[in-house]
Ligand binder design. Structure first.
Ligand code: TXA
Ligand code: MG
Length: 334
């Protein structure tokens, strides 16, 4: 059976739609909804059977814990056993928004949510639909990105449908998400706090609020404390190569072999004469790039290319999260 889809206004969500979604969630169902980063796949976080359905629908390994979405700080505090000052300052500054805080959990959080670990990941999303849904349902929502495990994250409702149609109960269609890259994950159960996944909130923004943090050893590396740091992740079907220097030469060589190639690039005219090549011109502005990145990769997948070449953006901190996701989407060594 196909998944039911309800359109919802992204700015002023209709109360009747929210009430319907809340009732599906209260019955233990799965609802995909937009956040300001990517679409999430939500279930009632206090219902272990509902959360188990998320793992089944995604094919997600049980060892990978979920982010719990809450309506406000006080709801977050109910799920933790310790609320350090760093959490206070960061939540005051960045919530609602794309910052996930990892904290020592309260025993009432079901084991399945945290994969049995001592910590829970929490955030208050900024998207009006996500926030209004949380306020309507009155329960925290466990919500990973709404895609099959290790596939590309969804930034549009059609991405969710393509990945999960028939496996979830309801999709709230609010059009494209604006952020495009998943939230920054920061462990504040340790001192100093430690960056587990780069995202839309940069290390510099965080350090301006709480002072120095432990950063990743390398953009995609660092100790594997967060399963989201596993190398290959967020990947398209076609093998993807990140190229720092002279991507055009690599693209041309592959095209010569007769391969159907997709290319994420920045410049206009290069290799325009190659008919089998699908070029996608990406913005040079990082915010715009992040917003379009997953949609670009989804479109190449849909076009059935056999290889994706990505001209890498510069190795600067502003591009940290985008470069991290591109690297993880690549099949090559990291
Ligand atoms: O922007 C986002 O964060 C989106 C939207 C839907 O909110 N969600 C998202 O969820 O990206 P997911 O499950 O695809 O990624 C969650 C990341 C994973 O890398 C997971 O391992 C990590 O957060 N994580 C969750 N709980 C954790 C915990 N207790 N300790 C360390 N890492 C945790
Ligand atoms: Mg994900």
């Amino acid at each position: 059976m196909h998944t039911r889809v309800l359109r919802v206004d992204p700015v002023i969500p209709e109360p009747a739609v929210l009430a319907e979604a809340a009732s599906v969630l209260r019955r233990g169902g799965l609802v995909a909804f937009p956040t300001e980063t990517v679409y999430g796949l939500g279930a009632n976080a206090s219902d272990p059977d509902a959360v188990a359905r998320i793992f089944r629908a995604k094919g997600r390994p049980a060892g990978n814990p979920l982010i719990v979405h809450v309506a406000a700080k006080d709801q977050a505090q109910e799920l933790t056993s310790e609320w350090p000052e760093a959490a206070d300052r960061l939540s005051a500054r960045f919530w609602p928004g794309p910052l996930t805080l990892v904290l020592l959990r309260n025993p009432r959080v079901p084991d399945i949510v945290t994969a049995g670990g001592a910590t829970v990941a929490l955030r208050v999303p900024a998207h009006p639909v996500a926030l209004a849904l949380l306020r309507t349902v009155h329960t925290p929502l466990a919500a990973p990105s709404a895609n099959r495990s290790s596939h590309l994250s969804p930034t549009r409702p059609e991405h969710v449908r393509r990945s999960l149609d028939g496996r979830i109960d309801l999709l709230l269609d609010a059009g494209s998400t604006t952020g495009g890259v998943e939230s920054t994950v920061l462990d504040v159960s340790t001192s100093p706090p430690r960056l587990l996944r780069p995202g839309l909130i940069s290390p510099a923004q965080i350090e301006a609020v709480v002072g120095p943090i432990q950063r990743l050893a390398s953009p995609a590396g660092g100790a594997l404390r967060s399963p989201g740091l596993l190398a290959r992740h967020y990947a398209p079907t076609a093998p993807l190569e990140c190229v720092n220097v002279d991507a055009a030469a690599r693209v041309e060589a592959l095209c010569r072999t007769g391969m159907r190639v997709g290319w994420l690039t920045f410049t206009g005219a290069e290799l325009a004469h190659l008919p089998e090549l699908r070029r996608i011109m990406m913005p040079s502005d990082v915010t715009a790039y992040a917003a379009e990145m997953y949609a670009a990769l989804h479109s190449l997948d849909e076009a059935g290319v056999e290889r994706i070449i990505v001209t890498m953006p510069p190795d600067t901190e502003e591009w940290l999260a985008v470069r991290d996701r591109l690297r993880r989407a690549s099949s090559g060594p990291i």
